[in-house]
Design a protein around this ligand. Structure first.
Ligand code: KIV
Ligand code: NA
Length: 266
């Protein structure tokens, strides 16, 4: 089967067909989501708090993510694989952004990159696109800036909705092929979606975006504790995996495992 490409995503918007994006950080998840027909997989810097055990995405580095991107790209045959540019790896200059994005394309085998920020990121986006690297934008709540934004808070309320639209239009004009909109009120995201020609991908941005994205461990119920409001759990992997580990340990303790069938008799 052929890879999903940017014109396919554009065509979906024009046909009014919604689609789902998921994060992926390893081979099996990537393989499973690829087989399920998820057209775009994001190797997010959300690996910080879903793989590496950090509290935020801020400590994540390029060296953390490159091997994960390569694993996801290698394990898939159909999905478009997007690499997230980590905090501090692209904001210094367009040149820094190009050097980082180039590593993700060459070493990570990514098909596109994502970066956070609105108008301020226009020079970075323009240079990457000119260099042949597709860029996905990310506006609204941008986790890499959580210390400036004052924590996980809904963005784009009231007058900030105009700023959100301006940022989105600037990113589109700079050449972004899609834009993630995170934690903004439904009407603000709907307005951006209507005004843009490129697809919007919502997370906590209501049902009117062209696509949706969730962190896969949230979607599949692997994460413990309370989920954000925008998450819907489609499985209880945490429960399943815990029960499997408990059953395995009990079988070992009782001598039930390994049986003759699991052993080499001679
Ligand atoms: O890192 C990530 O997973 C993301 C998505 C939630 C959009 O940026
Ligand atoms: Na991210």
């Amino acid at each position: 089967q052929r890879r999903v490409r940017i014109p396919h995503l554009q065509a979906r918007k024009e046909r009014g067909e919604k689609w789902a994006m998921l994060t992926a950080y390893d081979m099996y998840a990537a393989e499973i989501f690829d087989e399920a027909g998820i057209p775009v997989l994001l190797v997010g810097d959300s690996a910080g708090n879903n793989v590496f055990g950090f509290e935020t995405t801020v400590p994540v580095t390029v060296d953390h993510l490159v091997p994960l991107v390569r694993a996801v790209a290698t394990a898939t045959s159909r999905a478009l694989v997007v690499a997230d540019l980590p905090f501090g790896s692209y904001q210094a200059s367009p040149q820094q952004a190009l050097a980082t994005a180039t590593r993700f394309m060459k070493e990570g085998l990514a098909h596109a990159v994502k970066l956070e920020g609105g108008k301020a990121m226009v020079p970075e986006v323009e240079l990457l696109v000119r260099a042949g690297i597709p860029v996905m934008g990310h506006i609204g709540f941008t986790p890499q800036s959580e210390h400036v934004l004052g924590g996980y808070r809904v963005q784009g309320r009231g007058d900030a909705a105009d700023q959100l639209l301006e940022d989105a239009l600037a990113l589109e004009a700079a050449g972004c092929f899609a834009i993630v909109i995170e934690m903004v009120p439904t009407p603000a995201a709907a307005r951006v979606t209507q005004e843009l020609h490129i697809p919007t991908i919502g997370i906590g941005a209501g049902p009117e975006c062209d696509a949706q994205v969730l962190v896969w461990q949230d979607m599949a119920g692997l994460r413990g504790g309370k989920s954000p409001r925008f998450v819907k759990k489609y499985a209880d992997l945490r429960g399943e995996l815990g029960a499997a580990a408990t059953a395995y340990a009990a079988d070992v303790a009782s001598g039930e495992f390994p049986s003759a069938a699991n052993s080499f008799e001679s």
